[in-house]
Design a protein around this ligand. Structure first.
Ligand SMILES: [Mg+2]
Length: 494
């Protein structure tokens, strides 16, 4: 620490807590800079575990364009997850991807990133379909999307017991596909003969994953929405009846329609974004508008980001996972009875690359558990740096590592030592004492108990970027702890 000026008195005072302030308050009249580890301990003293656990932050991560691009992992993702695991900060994946069970998808991402991921912290675009199982468990559903029998198997794993595909319909009616030349071998290979296809009602259409044969799938969905009672091949006579609601459309027990991913485009290995699952909904709406002459509304339910339903489901999974991990940690810590419950989650940070999905969804979501949702937009996927996003995030960051680092710093989280000081405020004030000397004083604490001892306050920089910077641990930045506080501040002015 530099010597003070002889012409004007300067002081530097810093403290971290009431106890620490007595230990480390110094008059900056000379002496060397303390060793780094000593300085870190000064700013982040041992925090009692009870107070450190009053509340926590949490993360919800998108995957494509955040952790992976195509099949390749993006830089910093794996280390970031390991850091959060070490800090015991809860997080989930909230992706509009899908096509697998949560267990299989978690294993796939685990393998790509080389980080353990629990299926219980994994939410896909179609995960909320779990909540439809009680309604359709033994009723017939048509699933759209995926390759081969993949989606049928996922739906059956969810608990749906009567699942058909458009390939099943194709092998029953080989003439229903207007242009079968390209895809007929695929449907023939995977279509399953189903004896009662011509008579049994299809209760729901679940667009589960990206369609591989838009021509057939759009035709099949359109046919069913104009069917009588959801029986395939049987046309409703109510359509166009102006005496009925919606001009008679969808008034004949047609299947309910569900979409699971509204994303219009996504990033792949190609250098421009590609149509995503949501694009087929736009096609169906266009076809519906044309065939009904614009006289009928297409009714459907859409889940997946940015829908409220998906954020609500994700929050439920996050809370459940946090409680599970808290129980495990309590048991590992030897707490009798498995622990006394999880701490409250006060802020959830959604980190994603798509302003129209991740960002707007988090911005609009009203938490059911009293948390605040904030958003961080990264530049490694759909969003292009330097352009104006359709929806402004709470924060911008280059990539996943920067995004999490930024949040931890904003939350005043000591990610170097793993201590949670999120309950602390970071005080930083400029004082003028009775001798006319100005100095800065800062500390992280729950009370501003030292302020009355320092003279008149010239500036209050508490909980500003300047104060946070002053107590910032050095892992991801230059060694500047605590540069602002070591600075000579003789008569800085008002
Ligand atoms: Mg994405």
């Amino acid at each position: 620490m530099a010597s003070s000026s002889s012409s004007s008195k300067t002081y530097t005072t810093l403290a971290v807590s009431d106890n620490m302030s007595r230990k480390v308050c110094t008059r900056a009249a000379g002496g060397g800079t303390p060793h780094l580890s000593t300085m870190i301990k000064q700013y982040f003293p041992e925090t009692p575990r009870e107070s450190a656990q009053k509340s926590t932050i949490a993360f919800a991560f998108d995957i494509d364009g955040v952790f992976v691009k195509g099949k390749d992992p993006l830089p910093g993702g794996a280390d970031t997850l390991r850091l959060l695991q070490r800090l015991k900060i809860p997080y989930i994946f909230l992706t509009n991807g899908g096509g697998l069970t949560e267990k299989d998808h978690a294993a796939k991402v685990s393998s790509r990133l080389n980080v353990d991921i629990d299926p219980d912290q994994f939410v896909q675009s179609h995960s909320p379909f779990h909540d439809l199982v009680p309604l359709y468990r033994n009723r017939r559903i048509l699933v759209i999307g995926g390759e081969g029998d993949q989606i049928r198997h996922v739906a059956e794993a969810y608990g749906f017991n009567d699942v058909i595909t458009s390939s099943d319909l194709f092998v029953e009616w080989r003439t229903l596909h207007p242009f079968p030349e390209v895809s007929a071998p695929h449907h023939s290979a995977h279509g399953r003969p189903t004896p009662d296809l011509r008579t049994k009602e299809i209760a729901a259409i679940l667009v589960w994953s990206s369609s591989r044969d838009w021509c057939l799938d759009l035709q099949v969905m359109h046919d069913l929405l104009l069917s009588s009672g959801g029986v395939f091949g049987k046309k409703s006579v109510k359509a166009g009846d102006v005496t009925l609601p919606n001009n008679g459309y969808l008034q004949d027990n047609q299947p309910k329609l569900y979409f699971s991913n509204p994303d219009f485009e996504w990033v792949t290995d190609y250098h421009q974004p590609r149509f995503a699952q949501g694009a087929i909904r736009e096609c169906l709406e266009g076809l519906w508008r044309y065939s009904t002459k614009g006289e009928a509304k297409l009714e459907y339910t859409s889940i997946g980001k940015p829908s409220e339903a998906t954020f609500m489901y994700g929050e439920k999974i996050l809370k459940r996972f946090h409680e599970k991990m808290s129980r495990i940690q309590a048991m590992e810590g030897g707490v009798s009875g498995g622990g006394g419950g999880a701490t409250a989650i006060r802020t959830v940070y959604m980190i994603g690359d798509n302003p129209d999905s991740d960002i707007v969804g988090a911005n609009k979501y009203k938490s059911q558990m009293g948390a605040t949702w904030k958003s961080v937009l990264v530049e490694t996927g759909v969003y292009q740096a330097g352009t104006k996003p359709n929806h402004q995030p709470t924060y911008h960051a280059r990539g996943i590592a920067d995004a999490v680092r930024l949040v931890l710093e904003k939350e005043r989280y000591n990610y170097l030592e793993g201590q949670n000081i999120m309950e602390a405020r970071v005080y930083l004030k400029v004082y003028r004492d009775q001798e006319g000397c100005d100095y800065k004083a800062g500390h992280a604490n729950n009370s501003d108990s030292d302020s009355s001892k320092k003279g008149r306050i010239l500036k209050d920089r508490t909980n500003t970027d300047e104060s946070i910077e002053a107590v910032r641990p050095p892992r991801f930045g230059k060694l500047m702890l605590p540069a602002a506080l070591r600075q000579k501040t003789a008569h800085p002015g008002n």
